[in-house]
Design a protein around this ligand. Structure first.
Ligand code: SF4
Length: 267
């Protein structure tokens, strides 16, 4: 059975690897690190190594067993492009995504240099959405790396937003997620930073998803921006009817021209 996710922009998670190493300021309060250590303390075998990068061969084909089409966040507890993940292993993750064509897969990395370096060695299926995280203006080069990959759908996760990002080049970008940091020690986000990103998304006609204000009590802070929620999703090409192993047809995958209504609805 798929692991349900409470993350607003996805539906379930799949972790063929677990563990990571802190890389940049956005990692300072890494949820995956906190959770991995907690799960190890609870005796969960998958987290016996705590937050140390670990490959899970047995998880490689899990999505093939999930019949219901869904959006799947790949490696919510790790970073697929961590230097310790061998290229053949990453290629096998991509092969599973291609085979499990009834799902949409969302991969997110901060290791955009390695992502770009490997892009030509990966077979990019149309149902793989590739994203990079950017927390401050200092890391905007990750967007350029992403733009030059072979991914069919490219997105930005501007979370935890830790500063004003200034002008963004959204050319070739299909989706933008923004959020403040949440949890213990959360660093506050400024509304002006978010307004600036939303304005640029509107100008560039890029779907904008406001995930949360964050803070120590994120539920109380909510996810309303100027009186409404922003749950936009990438616009998809021609919908096609696909048949899952269970036999039921479902509309998924592909991209519409930018002016049409998104196929996928909100979480
Ligand atoms: S890259 Fe992601 S998973 Fe890795 S330490 Fe940073 S926030 Fe955590």
């Amino acid at each position: 059975m798929a692991t349900k996710s409470s993350i607003e922009w996805t539906e379930s998670t799949w972790n063929p690897t677990t563990g990571c190493d802190l890389l940049s300021p956005g990692c300072d309060h890494c949820y995956a690190e906190r959770m991995s250590l907690r799960l190890r303390a609870m005796g969960q075998a998958k987290y016996a190594n705590g937050f140390q990068l670990t490959l899970h061969e047995s998880a490689l084909e899990l999505p093939l067993t999930w019949k219901k089409p869904q959006r799947i966040f790949v490696n919510s507890m790790s970073d697929l492009f961590h230097h310790s993940v061998p290229v053949p292993f990453i290629q096998r993750v991509f092969a599973t995504m291609a085979k499990a064509h009834w799902h949409q897969f969302q991969i997110l990395t901060k290791r955009s240099g390695r992502l770009l370096g490997l892009s030509d060695e990966l077979d990019w299926p149309p149902n793989a959405w590739m994203g990079v995280s950017v927390e401050t203006a200092e890391y905007k080069s990750r967007i350029d790396h992403l733009r030059n990959t072979g991914a069919a759908i490219k997105f930005l996760s501007l979370e935890p937003l830790l500063g004003d990002l200034g002008p963004l080049d959204l050319d070739g970008i299909d989706w933008v997620i923004v959020g403040g940091e949440s949890g213990p020690g959360a660093r506050p986000v400024q509304p002006a930073w978010i307004h600036g990103i939303r304005r640029q998304c509107e100008q560039a006609q890029v779907p904008f998803f406001f995930k949360q204000w964050g803070g120590v009590q994120k539920k109380r802070a909510g996810r309303t921006l100027d009186g409404r929620t922003y749950d936009e999703l990438p616009q998809l090409l021609q919908p096609r009817e696909i048949h899952t192993p269970g036999g039921a047809g479902d509309l998924v995958t592909g991209r519409f021209p930018k002016s049409t209504t998104p196929l996928l609805v909100t979480c």
